[in-house]
Design a protein around this ligand. Structure first.
Ligand code: PMP
Ligand code: GLN
Length: 395
């Protein structure tokens, strides 16, 4: 069976190097993409678009490189991009910010999350995280000397029990990390969720890290309730987003963090020593897209909703149960009618025998989980989605 969490290589290194992350192995995303390549399976596991970035974005990047804009940018990002992000925040969420003081361009959302966590977590601090969650949060908390306190969300609704969450707050709790639209559950926090969160964060004087990388990808009229739209929450928050998701360019690793000036100052102290600055030509190209092709963002929800519907319809005659996908580019499938295997075993069977790679959800939990749910990514060409669905319908 696939060893997802700890590989021998790490155990050997641990004794020699006294590993700071002894229990961390290769990420599930690398593992499943590796297996998909090895078995030539259709890769619906790791979340990345199969289609290309917009023509204008690519052309502007090429031009910028050709014009010699190839040196370091200011550490916080080029001013035109900061301004465009500020304008987007105002257009989408009605929040006016001083972009020069509040926006920091980063090398992907992953860097922004790492830096935000490093900026606020001290030895012994607790940070509440949800299970399942994007896999970078916990190692970053651990490296900062903090303790991740997991709150499990369970299929099929993955709803947050706010009174239970409040019980998990202790005098050591420093922050909560939320993610909406949520990877991997594909659920979107409601206005009532944000209100409940606000009550707890303010009452217990906590900080907030809000991972909103799928902010522009919501379906069926579900609104994305950003922390940027709640002044009282934003005052104590780092809000993180990713251009990789928005402009189909995950390989560029471009993202940003919006935070009030005081928090931004701490964020930038660390950002300058993690990367100093991010890829300059991409900053110019993204600023141009935000200014001149705003419809790309406005059409993203409908673009992905059509793909979600294509996949859900193509799976209608299968024995899988599709769970609601309200946002992101992920769809969860319950496979209990097909198999008694654990989700890890089932994904191994799917990639080797059926030719479709998926992500098992249990690997994101601290406690044993047998919900029998797997995640598919539908940021793929229609033909790819239809071929995968055809294989899955045969089970
Ligand atoms: N947060 C979540 C919830 C994600 O799904 C991802 C990427 N898949 C990231 C953060 C990281 O984004 P980036 O690639 O910009 O680092
Ligand atoms: N976040 C992406 C996913 O959920 C993967 C990103 C990565 O591989 N680190 O699939």
């Amino acid at each position: 069976m696939i060893a997802f969490k700890t590989v021998k290589y790490h155990i050997e290194r641990e004794s020699a190097l006294n590993s700071k992350l002894p229990h961390v192995g290769t990420s599930i995303f690398s593992t499943m993409t590796g297996l998909a390549n090895q078995y030539q399976a259709i890769n619906l596991s790791q979340g990345f678009p199969e289609f290309d970035a917009p023509e204008r974005l690519k052309a502007t990047l090429n031009q910028t490189v050709g014009q010699g804009m190839n040196q370091y940018s200011p550490s916080a990002g080029i001013a035109p991009l900061q301004q465009q992000i500020g304008a987007l925040v105002e257009r989408k969420y009605g929040l006016k910010i001083d972009a020069a003081q509040a926006v920091t361009v980063t090398s992907g959302a992953t860097e922004a999350l790492f830096v935000a966590i490093s900026a606020i977590v001290q030895a012994g601090d607790e940070v509440i995280v949800f299970d399942p969650a994007y896999d970078s949060y916990e190692p970053a908390i651990h490296l900062a000397g903090g303790i991740a306190v997991p709150m499990a969300l369970r299929a099929p609704h993955y709803a947050i029990d706010w009174p239970l969450l409040e019980q998990a707050v202790s005098d050591k709790t420093r922050a909560i990390i939320i993610n909406t639209p949520h990877n991997p559950s594909a659920r979107v926090l409601s206005k009532a969720d944000i209100e409940a969160l606000k009550g707890i964060v303010i009452k217990h004087d906590l900080l907030l890290i809000s991972d909103e990388v799928y902010e522009h990808i919501t379906f069926d009229g579900n609104t994305h309730h950003s922390v940027l739209g709640e002044k009282a929450l934003f005052e104590r928050a780092f809000v993180v987003s990713s251009f990789g998701k928005t402009f189909h360019c995950t390989g560029w690793k471009m993202g940003y963090c919006v935070a009030p000036p005081k928090l931004t100052a701490e964020f930038r102290k660390i950002h300058q020593y993690v990367t100093f600055s991010s890829f300059t030509p991409a900053q110019f190209a993204i600023a141009d897209m935000l200014e001149n092709e705003p419809e790309h963002i406005d059409e993203l929800g409908a673009f992905y909703q059509r793909k979600r519907d294509l996949l859900v319809n193509a799976l209608a005659s299968s024995r899988f149960t599709c769970l609601p996908s309200e946002g992101t580019y992920f769809l969860l499938l319950d496979y209990r009618r097909l198999s008694d295997l654990s989700d890890v075993e089932f994904c191994e069977y799917l990639v080797k025998e059926v030719g479709v790679a998926a992500i098992p959800l249990s690997v994101f939990y601290h406690t044993p989980n047998d919900d029998k749910v797997i995640r598919l990514c539908f940021a793929k060409e229609d033909a790819t989605l239809l071929s995968a669905a055809e294989k899955l319908c045969q089970l």
